[in-house]
Structures are given as structure tokens and as C-alpha cells.
Design a binder for this molecule. Structure first.
Ligand SMILES: [Zn+2]
Length: 284
């Protein structure tokens, strides 16, 4: 049972917590500030911008913003981005910084982490990271609708379940930009025809290679299949491990998160859901 502490104990606890906070702040300041003055600057609260874009770096509380910035290290001008609801290729192109700006941002993060971007091992890292982003986040350039446009109708009237399971994917959580990865399973009951099986795997890739939440990704996969193929039913299950949970925060490894979407014939029929889950789990 939790006993309410008396006010003395409480005060002691608060004092101890304050001491601990002070010590933590001091060590942070020690690592991150260049001057005595900047330690005194109040930390400005993060204010979400109406367009959903990230606020400009507000690290005022920890570093001296008046210190001269080494050439090419920080690109503070962040162009306002259009709402993330519908990111057209044009909008993405318009809001995209130059390659040089992206590399400068990586150098800034390297310094933020505490390292020296000029040391030999890190010298080419900003260029490598910018290049890797092209692949890791290549999903922004792809249109999942287009992948499903080609439908094979000559399937001799096949209208039973089509299941593609164990599609591996790698994504990044939109909260920490840390990877989460796992398997996606997709089933549908065709009406007007079937799509090439590899297309379903590519649909998963298209959404995975963006900043995501697992829930959103699961719904997006179901949405696009539903809108293009108009199947009698669709079931999507995604199981993943989130490294942001394993490496930081609660630091629990090996935890898997499962998300599902059931549409059409699967939505209200537990038998259909059981059939789907049985086919997913029963491996030869
Ligand atoms: Zn995260």
C-alpha cells in the first residue's frame, strides 16, 4: 500500500530531488556551454508551430547562441513546410534544404552529441548520412497508389484469401528518429483481380521508409489497398520492435508491439480474423 508521506518527509524528498536536478543541470552545462553567461539564460519553452514544423533549435538554456557559429555548421533558416497531411512531391521539393545544409545539420548534431565533426573518422560522416537518408527515407518519393495500379484479372475466378506474410521492414519512429523494425502481414479477399505479390511488399517499404508511428503505418497500408483494389476484405498486421524503447526511455529490449487493421469481411467477423491470424502464425 502506498502511504502518504508526511510533509517533512515530502520536503526532504523535494530538497533531494532539487539537489539531484541541480547536479544534473550543472553537468549538462559543463558539457554543453561555452561561456558562464549562457548558463544563466532561461530555457525557452518549445512552442509547437501551427504548421506542425519543428521549432527552430531552442537550446538557448544550454548553449551560448551568441557565440560565433563555425562556417557551414548551422542553417537556422527553416522554410515553413506545408501541412504534413498531403505531402506532394512538389511540396517536398519546395521545403527541401540543399545537400550542403543537410550536411551542416549533421555536423551540428555531431557536435551536440559531444563529438568533433572534424576528427578523421567523422569527416565524411555528414555526406554519408545525407546519402543514406535518400534510401532510409526514400518512401517520400514513392507513390503507393501507383504500385497497385496493375491488377491481374485472369485468375480463373479466384476469390479466396490472398495472404502475404512475414514481409520484413525497417522504419524510423517519428518521435525520436530511431529505427523500429519487424514484419508485416497482409491478407485480402480479391474482387476485381489480384496484384503482383511483390507489390504488397513494396507498399510496405514505401510507408516504412518515412518517419512513422506503427499505428499510422498499419492504417496507411490498409487504406491504400482498400482504395485501389477495393477488396471484399483486408487484414493487416504489423509486429515490430522499437529501438527507441529498447535503447532509451524504459530500456526494455525484445518487446514487440502488434498493430492490426481489419476492414470489410474481416472487420466484424471474428472467424475471419481467426483465419487470418492462424494463417499468419501456422508456419510449415
Ligand atoms: Zn520513438
Amino acid at each position: 500500500m502506498y502511504a502518504k508521506p508526511d510533509s517533512n518527509t515530502m520536503t526532504t524528498r523535494i530538497a533531494r530531488a532539487e539537489d539531484a536536478m541541480d547536479a544534473a543541470l550543472k553537468s549538462l552545462s559543463y558539457r554543453l556551454t561555452e561561456t558562464e553567461d549562457s548558463r544563466m539564460t532561461p530555457k525557452t519553452p518549445d512552442v509547437a508551430r501551427p504548421n506542425g514544423a519543428a521549432t527552430p533549435p531552442s537550446l538557448n538554456g544550454m548553449r551560448n547562441d551568441n557565440a560565433p557559429v563555425p562556417a557551414g555548421e548551422i542553417a537556422p533558416e527553416i522554410a515553413p513546410l506545408p501541412s504534413s497531411a498531403k505531402r506532394t512531391p512538389e511540396a517536398i521539393a519546395a521545403g527541401r534544404p540543399s545537400r550542403e545544409e543537410a550536411e551542416a545539420a549533421v555536423r551540428t548534431l555531431l557536435r551536440w552529441a559531444g563529438d568533433d565533426p572534424n576528427r578523421e573518422g567523422l569527416r565524411d560522416t555528414p555526406a554519408r548520412v545525407a546519402k543514406a537518408y535518400g534510401q532510409l527515407f526514400g518512401g517520400y518519393e514513392q507513390d503507393a497508389d501507383k504500385l497497385l495500379e496493375r491488377v491481374f484479372e485472369e485468375v480463373e475466378g479466384y476469390s479466396d484469401i490472398v495472404l502475404v506474410r512475414d514481409i520484413p521492414f525497417y522504419s524510423h519512429c517519428e518521435h525520436h528518429m530511431v529505427p523500429f523494425m519487424g514484419l508485416a502481414h497482409i491478407a485480402y479477399y480479391p474482387t476485381k483481380g489480384v496484384v503482383g505479390l511483390s507489390k504488397l511488399a513494396r507498399v510496405v517499404d514505401t510507408f516504412a521508409r518515412r518517419l512513422q508511428t506503427q499505428e499510422t503505418m498499419t492504417a496507411q497500408i490498409a487504406d491504400v489497398i482498400e482504395s485501389i483494389l477495393k477488396p471484399r476484405g483486408i487484414a493487416v498486421m504489423v509486429e515490430a520492435e522499437h529501438l527507441c524503447m529498447a535503447m532509451r526511455g524504459v530500456q526494455k529490449a525484445g518487446v514487440s508491439t502488434i498493430t492490426t487493421q481489419f476492414r470489410g469481411a474481416f472487420r466484424n467477423d471474428p472467424n475471419e480474423q481467426v483465419r487470418f491470424l492462424t494463417l499468419v502464425r501456422n508456419k510449415p
